[in-house]
Design a protein. Structure first.
Length: 92
C-alpha cells in the first residue's frame, strides 16, 4: 500500500509553518487559526501513527481551525464598538 501525502505528519507541520509565515505577512488572525489546525493535525498524526483518510483529516483540520479562530478572535480582538485611534504621528 502506497503512503498518501496527506497522511504524513511533516506535511501538515510544514503547512502550519507556511500558514504561520503568511500570518506574519498579513496579520489579522486570518491564517493563524489555519496554522493551529494544521499543526494539531500534524501532531495528531505524529502521536497516533494512524493512516486516516483525507475526508476525516480535513474535518479535524476544519474543526480545530474554526475553534482556534473563534478563540483568537474572542481573546485578542478589540471590544465591540471600540475603534483603535492614534493621537500622534510616527514622524512627529
Amino acid at each position: 500500500m502506497e503512503t498518501q501525502i496527506w497522511t504524513l505528519w511533516w506535511v501538515w507541520c510544514a503547512a502550519a509553518l507556511a500558514l504561520a509565515i503568511l500570518e506574519v505577512l498579513a496579520p489579522g488572525f486570518i491564517f493563524l487559526g489555519f496554522a493551529i489546525g494544521a499543526a494539531a493535525v500534524g501532531l495528531l498524526l505524529l502521536t497516533t501513527g494512524a493512516a486516516w483518510g483525507l475526508p476525516l483529516l480535513l474535518l479535524i483540520f476544519a474543526g480545530i481551525s474554526l475553534a482556534a479562530w473563534l478563540l483568537l478572535k474572542r481573546f485578542f480582538a478589540l471590544p465591540k464598538g471600540q475603534v483603535k485611534r492614534f493621537n500622534h504621528d510616527i514622524n512627529d
